[in-house]
Write a new protein. Structure first.
Length: 138
């Protein structure tokens, strides 16, 4: 559990982790940021994130059972050859619920697969570039 972080609340790189629960309240930037690894999360609650509730990048693979994210800019972002599989997502008061893109030249785009999503957004439900994919198939 993390509260009132000035920048990224939780930033994990080059790891292989299986996490039961993360609860983040108020971060100046991303609530959770994963890079270069393999990750499994059973339950993520993120609110008042300055940017993304969950950011996954640089060839990472993340499996997420359930996320509840609110009052942030972006719910989940997958970028730079990363794959995010989400079973259940509930998003409240976000600008964008799901976003996938290529940010760095040496990578491809991002992929998000989801099966059950409730999305309350201000600007756009999903956003992805030509190198990326967001699909409801998982």
């Amino acid at each position: 559990e993390i509260e009132n972080s000035m920048s990224d609340a939780m930033d994990v790189d080059f790891s292989s982790l299986d996490i039961e629960q993360i609860n983040i309240k108020s971060a100046g930037n991303d609530c959770v940021d994963f890079s270069y690894g393999n990750y499994k999360i059973d339950y993520l609650i993120a609110s008042n994130c300055g940017d993304k509730a969950l950011s996954v990048g640089e060839k990472s693979k993340l499996t997420l059972n359930k996320i509840i994210a609110s009052d942030s800019l972006i719910g989940i972002a997958s970028k730079d050859s990363s794959v995010v599989d989400v079973h259940k997502a509930t998003f409240k008061s976000l600008d964008i619920c799901l976003e996938a893109y290529k940010k760095k030249q040496e990578f491809d785009g991002g992929i998000i697969n989801f099966s059950d999503m409730e999305c309350n957004y201000k600007k756009q439900e999903i956003l992805y570039d030509k190198k990326s994919l967001i699909s409801e198939q998982y």
